[in-house]
Design a protein around this ligand. Structure first.
Ligand code: SF4
Ligand code: SF4
Length: 375
């Protein structure tokens, strides 16, 4: 029988939002009863998105400060709550499933029976969630693609936020952890298509958290640059939050397992909701018509013409540059996409842009229903 504490947790995880916010289905309870001990569920249920110290959190429970502090530390070590530090003090915050708990659970690349069970339970929950609520429609992108900077055509405009190396240069603390999507797939025994797993990159305070508590590893700037090159050669897509100034992670995504790419590919025009602001340009005189770029392209945006270089479908193209890095003839360069808007500067701006887009959509739907009702 489900304990009341997990029923309360359902309401909390509904409120935390994200693509897999809590819903009342058996798969939700099977998952949370495995990842949260009852005392952790109780503490999770009083955490807020705003970080708070242990004594403030303890005051909302029936437990003492020391006990709650120990539970919070155990939760932080498993990726069940977020951490912020200020002047030697530690603050804890509640996390949604995504982005948050799902990613943090797998950063350390552990492969015990517990992780395998969790990988299956998460997949079952996500499938049931999608079956119940359908595919989430992207109105304003939460994430953006960052193209392969070395492949940008000479003379094109390149903002600092268009270059992965900007973030490596900017932060002293850089942490590497397992890609949650591929690590969970590996634990389920799925084919990884030769893609590397330990290549998710974290910057700044969050890098310290994942290396100190979650089994990630600290890397030098040189090692981080090497990992970026490895990802580009493998054909992974650089992806981060859709902001220009506040970036604290860099995912390197594939088409088979990545949550974000998978959801994008279910949209009617994937290239319009997940993009870098660049488009590939193929030099017909250099192209050997080998078809490698078509094979590498994650959203299948390229098609070979009958007797010539490939053509690009811009409704599908992400502007990732994976085709360009794989072209043996160096025939593909990336060019600025006309009238592509800059990303919101901060996370707050991004959240506002997403809210505005949802409100505009609701207003348009209402207007269209009203005008249909007149006839
Ligand atoms: S990989 Fe390069 S050479 Fe081969 S078809 Fe594509 S553009 Fe042409
Ligand atoms: S054509 Fe494909 S591989 Fe090339 S930039 Fe577009 S999405 Fe990426």
């Amino acid at each position: 029988m489900t304990l009341q504490i997990y029923r309360d947790l359902l309401e909390v995880m509904k409120g935390r939002g994200g693509p897999y916010a809590g819903i009342d289905i058996p798969e939700f309870f099977a998952l949370v009863e495995t990842i949260f001990e009852p005392q952790e569920a109780e503490v999770n249920n009083v955490l807020t998105r705003k970080p708070a110290p242990a004594d403030e959190i303890a005051a909302k429970t029936t437990r003492g400060r020391q006990e709650v502090a120990a539970i919070l530390e155990a939760m932080a070590g498993k990726g069940l709550c977020g951490i912020a530090k200020n002047g030697g003090n530690v603050f804890y915050r509640g996390l949604p499933f995504m982005p948050g708990i799902f990613e943090f659970l797998f950063i350390g690349s552990q492969e015990s029976e517990r992780e395998k069970t969790i990988a299956h339970l998460i997949q079952a929950y996500k499938k049931a969630h999608t079956a119940a609520l359908g595919v989430e429609k992207i109105r304003f992108p939460l994430t953006r693609v960052i193209t392969v900077a070395q492949k940008i055509k000479f003379g094109n405009k390149i903002h600092t936020y268009d270059q992965v190396m900007t973030y490596i240069d900017k932060y002293d603390a850089i942490g590497i952890g397992a890609c949650y999507c591929r690590q969970a797939a590996k634990l389920r025994g799925e084919d990884l298509h030769g893609m590397p797993v330990g290549v998710c990159m974290w910057f700044g305070e969050i890098a310290e958290n994942i290396t100190e508590r979650l089994g990630g590893r600290r890397v030098s700037k040189d090692e981080a640059r090497g990992i970026i090159t490895e990802c580009e050669e493998a054909g992974l897509i650089h992806m981060s939050r859709n902001t220009s100034e506040e970036i604290d992670f860099m995912c390197n995504c594939d088409r088979w397992h990545c949550e974000v790419v998978g959801n994008v590919l279910k949209q009617p025009k994937p290239g319009l909701v997940f993009n870098s602001g660049f488009v590939p340009s193929v030099a017909g005189d250099l192209c050997a018509v080998c078809g490698l770029c078509v094979e590498r392209c994650p959203p299948e945006a390229l098609k070979m013409e009958t007797a010539g270089p490939p053509a690009v479908n811009l409704d599908r193209c992400f502007g990732c540059g994976v085709c360009a890095t794989g072209c043996p003839e160096g025939a593909i360069t990336m060019e600025n996409k006309a009238d592509f808007p800059p990303p919101p500067k901060t996370t707050r701006d991004l959240v506002q842009a997403m809210k505005n887009s949802t409100s505009e959509h609701k207003a348009e739907s209402k207007k269209s229903k009203t005008s249909k009702g007149r006839f």
